[in-house]
Design a protein around this ligand. Structure first.
Ligand code: GCB
Length: 613
């Protein structure tokens, strides 16, 4: 935007700068940013609330960005004798500040329900370690739509609130007084991913880390290193170098395994490899072994900590390193209920996963969108299998090609960021979507894409069951296209009798592992009563007892991730005195207190342990 991003030079016309728009969209993703040479742009950013998008559109509702392109045209000259594009009614320096990373809703009471545009600005100085190096601005995530400008130059746009993106800024960054401006718009849209209707808080803002990345001219942008599909002793993968002019040599080493391989990256930028390894200690929740991996070129060494494990299915079994496992899980939203708002850092990740460990979990469902990289890396480190999901939730516009492209893009960005994480065992492409021809087409497309990008993990989606003639039926056509048949069911909360639950009958049409991706009910921590009184801890405890007794008997059952670890905020949940803006299905309250159901679930997982030992 041409005005708000140029506060230091108010009198100047900034149109010319905007001509220099570098690209409309974000560029090829740089991975493993946590181990790179970076300069953090986290911290406090000044912000301007702009509900009418005055900084983006002129009084004819034309985006300034586009006007700059028309500036020389007859159109512009004929119709804009009066140039009102020089906006002076703003001042970042006098504006308040927000923490980045973070959502705006939790930082200022008047932003709690805000959905619209907020402009962020961060000034910084930076001198590269080497003048010939290249520079990139990287965003862990911005919810939902980001327009990014540096020193008055439009870098590009990104859509999708839970995945990373970056722009090259070589030649734009100066040693002093850079100003990075981001227009963040979190309005929901019918045709977006997610769509307008969800059961979570639509947190707006620059919700994840922002980094300035410095790289040599030809640099390691991405790589993949995994046990090859179908093998427990062959590691395969690739390295991608950005901007390779001629051939380049790359060394890949895993010192602890005595591996040192010389690879040749051709001008195409990619080298593939495959080699045997011996005596690997496989990654598992009980033994989360990570190997230090080094990738080096003549100009750079990049390290990572990578675990090796296999994850497959055989009939009804899920096999981790060839051995049957039961997924003792819990669902998690990306929220720290104690601080309020989005979980954003390592400490938040540790808090949530420590709670899950205490419950006895070996697995978490990170619902309903890709969570930040800190939690996935923490899961690698402390040993927790992960279900990662994209926000294809409820009533997505399945007939819309743009919506599909958007979902594909989010899935691609998530897999690109996380494909080296041993903890991730399942890519989920959807949650509770209503079956139809168009929906199946949409989800099959995504499942195929997940397998094309990564053939070493399982693909699933949270489906639903239906009830006919006294039988619970799971026969969704999508079950044929998924490796794990997962479904949500809310016996005793959204219908169904708790008393009869353990004796319920099931007809599941697939000979595959079955996972109950959600069940649960609400309780206000500290509210006590009988097992028949909703919202009491006793009701929730009884609901867990009866559901678990039922789940145990479901044919092919191989895991569950009850809804949910902790109470979370949702604008749909407004019952005064009980919900007050919180979905109360957590087994932990919004102030960190374990409810009775927490211990019921913990006991169940101890029993599972004895069975699977
Ligand atoms: C569901 C959804 C989840 C909701 C939950 C509920 O089935 O998948 O996002 O929050 O039910 O509490 O109703």
């Amino acid at each position: 935007m041409g005005h708000i991003n140029k506060p230091e030079h108010k009198g100047l016309t900034i149109c010319i700068m905007l001509f220099l728009s570098l690209s409309a969209m974000s560029q090829a993703l740089i991975t493993n940013t946590l181990n790179r040479q970076t300069f953090s742009l986290n911290g406090t950013w000044n912000y301007i609330i702009d509900p009418y998008e005055t900084g983006y559109y002129n009084y004819r509702y034309e985006p300034y960005d586009q006007l700059k392109q028309k500036n020389n045209s007859a159109f512009y000259n004929n119709y804009h004798s009066d140039d009102r594009s020089e906006l002076v009614e703003y001042d970042f320096d006098k504006s308040p500040a927000l923490r980045v990373p973070g959502d705006w809703n939790s930082q200022d009471d008047k932003l709690l329900y805000y959905e619209g545009t907020i402009w962020y600005r961060r000034n910084f100085d930076y001198t590269p370690a080497d003048a010939s190096n290249r520079l990139f601005i990287y965003f862990g995530a911005v919810n939902y739509r980001a327009e990014v400008y540096l020193n008055g130059i439009k870098l590009g746009t990104h859509k999708g609130g839970f995945t990373p993106f970056n722009f090259e800024v070589t030649g734009i960054v100066k040693p002093k007084n850079n100003y990075l401006v981001v227009k963040v718009d979190n309005r929901r849209g019918r045709e977006e991913v997610p769509t307008i209707n969800t059961d979570w808080w639509n947190y707006g803002g620059i919700t994840r880390d922002v980094l300035l990345i410095e790289e040599p001219s030809a640099f390691i942008r991405d790589y993949c290193l995994q046990l090859k599909q179908g093998s427990a002793e062959v590691i395969s993968g690739y390295v991608i170098l950005d901007n390779v002019v001629r051939e380049e040599k790359v060394t890949l080493s895993i010192p602890e395994l005595n591996i040192k391989k010389e690879l040749t990256v051709t001008a195409g930028g990619r080298a593939e490899f495959e080699f045997k390894v011996k005596n690997v200690i496989y990654w598992s929740p009980g033994s989360p072994k990570l190997y230090n991996v080094k990738i080096s070129t003549g100009y750079q060494t990049l390290e990572d900590q990578i675990g090796f494990r296999t994850i497959t299915t055989s009939g009804p079994d899920i096999l981790l390193n060839g051995k049957p496992v039961f997924l003792k899980g819990i669902s998690i939203h990306e929220e720290n209920p104690l601080r309020r708002g989005r979980a954003v850092n390592e400490a938040d990740a540790l808090l949530l996963l420590t709670w899950a460990k205490e419950l006895g979990c070996n697995y978490v469902r990170l619902a309903h969108y890709p969570h930040n990289e800190h939690i996935v890396r923490m899961a690698d480190k402390i040993g927790m299998m992960v279900w990662e999901e994209i926000p294809v939730y409820w009533t997505i516009d399945f007939t819309n090609e743009m919506t599909l492209q958007n979902a594909r893009n989010q899935l691609t960005e998530a897999i690109t960021r996380d494909r080296n994480r041993a903890s991730i065992i399942i890519w989920s492409v959807a949650n509770e979507t209503p079956p139809s021809y168009e929906r199946n087409r949409f989800l099959i497309n995504l499942a195929d894409l997940a397998r094309t990008l990564d053939d070493t993990r399982l693909v699933s989606a949270a489906l639903e069951k239906h009830f006919r003639d006294g039988i619970n039926i799971v026969d969704d056509e999508m079950g044929n296209h998924l490796d794990i048949v997962a479904f949500n069911q809310y016996t005793g909360w959204y219908g169904g009798s708790l008393e009869d639950a353990p004796d319920s009958k099931w007809a599941i049409s697939f000979n595959k592992p079955v996972v109950i991706s959600e069940f649960g009910g609400g309780a206000l921590q500290g509210l006590h009563g009988t097992i028949n009184e909703r919202w009491t801890e006793e009701y929730q405890e009884y609901l867990y007892e009866q559901n678990l007794a039922m789940i145990e008997k479901i044919p092919n059952i191989r895991g569950t991730s009850p809804w949910i670890l902790a109470d979370f905020r949702s604008p749909k949940r407004l019952l005064p005195g009980v919900q007050d803006g919180w979905n109360r299905k957590g087994v932990i309250s919004d102030n960190g207190i374990r409810k009775k159901a927490f211990f019921t679930l913990k006991k169940f997982y101890e029993k599972i342990d004895r069975k699977y030992e």
